[in-house]
Write a protein that binds this ligand. Structure first.
Ligand SMILES: Nc1ncnc2c1ncn2[C@@H]1O[C@H](COP(=O)(O)OP(=O)(O)OP(=O)(O)O)[C@@H](O)[C@H]1O
Length: 204
């Protein structure tokens, strides 16, 4: 079931040092540090509101940390609660739009859509997709980016059991191909050799 392997030239890495995050007047966490190399996967675990999404946004560069540094090597693909797909476009064209923006091979997006069981829905406007189908479509968009660094915020929300297994396999394939994945999830995420990072240990 493996997608054709992504290709990138640089060796990806993600190194986080002594990171702290403040939202409003509250320090959410401090002293967060880890280093990820090709093939590594990290599960960010913790209760609702602990700061998993905030940490993912800091890793992407969308949010500044209160303290600490993030060093990235390689491009990032982000999956969060927003699919980033134009709701008015048919799914196939919405995916092709992002392939164009990312300079990626649009066949990769289509192939990812097929892997995620969306082959029959490429002509359907994104706004008509169900919750689980929208999540699958967002995953197809992310995979189509062919980026080495995958940052996934609650990737299993809204997915049925089969799709959960599929996503776990896709992430595993990505890491086996030399990619890196960070997965923020309050649900179990089954992946061989994945490290677990408990944000709770970093509450001030
Ligand atoms: N713009 C903001 N200003 C102030 N506080 C915020 C802001 N955005 C988020 N927060 C707070 O920061 C905390 C962490 O939120 P975050 O979304 O990172 O948590 P999370 O661990 O991803 O939660 P969940 O599992 O529910 O998705 C929450 O208490 C939230 O209310």
């Amino acid at each position: 079931m493996q997608a054709s392997l992504p290709r990138w030239t640089d060796t990806p890495s993600l190194a986080v040092t002594d990171l702290a995050c403040r939202r409003g007047d509250r320090l959410l966490f401090r002293g967060v540090g880890f280093t990820l190399a090709p093939g590594d996967a990290l599960h960010l675990a913790g209760a609702n509101g602990i700061g998993k999404s905030s940490l993912i946004r800091i890793l992407t560069g969308l949010m500044q940390p209160f303290a600490g540094t993030v060093a990235r090597q390689g491009t990032i693909a982000l999956l969060d609660e927003r699919s980033a797909l134009d709701p008015h476009l048919p799914l196939g064209r919405a995916l092709a739009f992002w392939a164009g923006v990312d300079g990626a091979d649009s066949a990769q997006g289509t192939q990812a859509a097929e892997l995620l069981g969306l082959a029959q829905l490429l002509d359907v406007p994104v706004r008509y997709l169900s919750t689980g189908q929208k999540k699958r479509a967002a995953l197809a968009r992310m995979i189509g980016q062919q980026a080495p660094l995958w940052l996934l915020d609650e990737p299993l929300n809204g997915l049925d059991k089969d799709a959960v297994g599929l996503v776990e396999t896709l992430v595993q394939d990505h890491c086996r191909a030399g990619g890196i994945a960070v997965i923020a999830s309050h649900q179990p995420f089954v992946l061989a050799n994945m490290e677990r990072f408990e944000l709770e240990r970093h509450i001030p």
